[in-house]
Ligand binder design. Sequence first.
Ligand code: SF4
Length: 262
Amino acid sequence: MSSLQAATALLEQSLRTRRALLGRTRTGVTRESLARLSQAPNAGLSQISNLKSEMPSSARLLALNEAVRACRKCEHLAAFRTQTVFGIGNPNADLMFVGEAPGFDEDKQGEPFVGRAGELLTKIITAMGLTRDDVYIANVLNCRPDMPKGSTGNRPPEALEMQRCLPYLREQIAIIQPRILVALGKTAMTGLTGADESMSSMRGRWFSFENIPLLPTYHPSYLLRNDSLSEKRKVWEDMLLVMEKLGLPISEKQRGFFRSGS
Ligand code: SF4
């Protein structure tokens, strides 16, 4: 069974489950649209995109994830990975966080932003009055960058690796259509936009990706290495900008987080 046929089977299964859960006999997805997806000889990202108006975001993400799982565009990463690490969260999120690549923990667990940096990102999201289920979290790369045999740690993705994988992220963004994107760290920002400035000069400024406002801020792992109040405050000020743009309520207590003396 090809990956596309597998994706189609999964889609049909998810639709049956959805119908059962909702107690409905009709969804926005038609059998014809699934047939088109499975019969297209070179079906891929564009076919998934073209079904945008007919299929729920969750089904389109499922199909895209299947394409990612089968991807071997970077043979060295495909050989090294335990598994691909696709985005996770609310398929209709207003807010989407984008990091650079899975690390050791993410590669083992198959989920972006787990481990210590992930825990810190969860704390930041919670401080905003949200949960991980409210937002969507993804990386520019879906595979862990390979490391020399026997060495530990992680390495940042290379420009060519990010270039190859960016269409998958672009597609996730097109499906989810978030109101705001947050790039976590300079590498993610470079992968998204090609910007090559320092994070200290980019953070706090709005950029744009596919006409969606994009705010760069420090990666949580930077805060794990530099946990001074002033650095935490910079990231928090960026999150306040995001909250304001999303129209989220901000309490006085939230405005005061990480100010010296608070
Ligand atoms: S990093 Fe992306 S493009 Fe490269 S093999 Fe993994 S999924 Fe494919």
